[in-house]
Ligand binder design. Structure first.
Ligand code: GLN
Length: 472
């Protein structure tokens, strides 16, 4: 097996036995990137020299000692570019500090290596909104890798990274993980610090791991989770040892199957794979029961009001004065207008306009305020469900990876495909996508993911069940 094909756990064994070193691992990754990433476009940039300098100092006794981790291009890593895949920041911003997740990774010995492609400012489900370059699915390069953390999923799937960090505001870790056949975890809101992440929708954003195995994801989350004095929404709650629940059986675990998630619109081949996965969970001792999440039908509309509203405020700072591209102009308002017009792509503009509209006087009550109320109902649906069950199982995406260009000009169709992932963000609960097989299309095997959702701060159950499923 090539070094770059290894999981984090395998790489750590190779370090221990002296078979390889962090510098060799980095060089192997760089070689693999140079060979295959041209066709995939998973990376926006990488700096081998900086990483090799970190590798020299790597302390292999630490939990992630000497492990290179690819970073989504909206997470600040001191001295590295951070473009959010937007022309407004590309080449114009170098992070002056480390995000808390990066500080924690470094303290655990990991080496941030490479900036991964994404939808501009994390807005999208296909990576087609990248303002820099397209990203393709390694399983079929005519297809999208998912989004918005499409680059992070693609580099893990293509073995050009051992693992990556992504962010999930409405599914952006789980959906690309599912479509690229890797593991992706969206932690509960408040589990992981958002300090140093470029904000999209602050009440929904969470950062999490994308990996080749459930064990690797547990290892990373264990490191990046926990309180942060620079993020007051990050809860002051101890982090359990997620790796210590791996290997525990799931006998008697109650798993709910939301009837609304297995209804119309779900591709039959995807449904068959997810149902097979549920049978497997049952054979491992889990009990399944049908549940209802009655407000599911309002989730997409609610999300696209709240997320755009928050985005319109968060993106105000990119004005050519405080941050980003500055246009030629004679006076201030013209400077703002031209800088933003030239710097932002079409989807980002669409969302800023939508978000500004739903917050504007006269429309605020009808849209934003109402969406907040529906959000509470959606959260209650989950609270009630979790009184009866320990976990919820469902598909991640209604279809396998679609063709590049297929939905690009139909934003509504793109938004509707987020149906199974966005409620978890609205409710603040945790979720994982774990590979559950492939379906054949056009002679290619396209991955399908099983989604498991857990109650807020219930990540241990997620890891326990996902690991049992993966090894079972
Ligand atoms: N696809 C969703 C959107 O476009 C989710 C994105 C995300 O989670 N960052 O907003």
């Amino acid at each position: 097996m090539k070094i770059s094909e290894q999981t984090i756990s395998q790489l750590q064994c190779a370090y221990k036995s002296g078979d390889t070193t962090p510098s060799e691992a980095l060089k192997a990754l760089a070689e693999s990137i140079d060979t295959v990433d041209g066709d995939i476009g998973g990376y926006l940039s990488y700096d081998l020299d900086l990483a090799l300098a970190d590798a020299e100092k790597a302390d292999l006794s630490k939990p992630l000692g000497g492990v290179p981790i690819a970073i989504k291009d909206l997470i600040n890593v001191s001295g590295h570019p951070c473009s959010c895949a937007s022309k407004i920041l590309d080449g114009k911003y170098t992070a002056p500090y480390d995000a808390t997740v990066i500080r924690k990774l470094r303290e655990a010995g990991a080496i941030p290596f490479g900036r991964t492609n994404m939808d501009e400012f994390a807005m999208g489900s296909s990576n087609e909104n990248s303002g820099i370059k397209p990203c393709r699915n390694p399983h079929d390069t005519d297809r999208i890798p998912g989004g918005s953390s499409g680059g992070s999923a693609a580099v893990v799937a293509a073995n050009t990274a051992f693992a990556a960090l992504g962010t999930d505001t409405g599914g952006s870790i789980r959906q690309p993980a599912s479509l690229c056949g890797v593991v992706g975890v969206k932690p509960s809101y408040g589990r992981v610090s958002r300090f140093g992440l470029v904000a999209f929708a602050s009440s929904l954003d969470q950062c999490g791991p994308m990996t080749k195995s459930v064990e690797d994801a547990a290892k990373i989350l264990e490191v990046i989770a926990g309180p942060c004095e620079r993020d007051s929404t990050c809860l002051d709650k101890d982090v359990p040892s997620y790796t210590s629940v791996l290997g525990k059986d799931i006998k008697g675990l109650k798993i709910g199957l939301p009837k609304e998630y297995f209804a119309e619109g779900l591709d039959p081949a995807v449904r068959a794979k997810v149902e097979e996965a549920i049978k497997k969970l049952e054979s491992l001792g889990a009990e399944t029961v049908e549940i209802s999440l009655p407000n599911t039908e309002y989730a997409v509309a609610t999300y696209y009001i709240i997320a755009t509203a928050e985005a319109s405020a968060n993106l105000a700072r990119f004005d050519g004065v405080r941050y980003g591209h500055r246009a030629e102009a004679d006076e201030l308002i013209e400077l703002y207008e031209k800088s933003r017009d030239e710097g932002f792509g079409a989807e980002v503009k669409r969302r800023i306009i939508l978000g500004t509209y739903v917050l504007s006087s006269g429309y605020y009550e009808a849209h934003y305020l109402r969406a907040q109320k529906v959000r509470t109902l959606i959260r209650k649906d989950f609270e009630e469900a979790f009184e009866k069950v320990d976990l919820i199982a469902s598909p991640v995406s209604p279809t396998p990876a679609f063709k590049i260009g297929e939905k690009k000009n139909d934003p509504l169709a793109m938004y509707l495909a987020d149906i199974y992932t966005i409620s978890a963000n609205l409710a603040g609960i945790c979720g994982i996508s774990v590979p559950c097989g492939t379906v054949a299309e056009d002679g290619k095997d396209l991955p399908v993911g099983l989604q498991l959702l857990g109650k807020a701060f219930g990540e241990e159950d997620l890891f326990r069940a996902a690991h049992a499923f993966e090894v079972g």
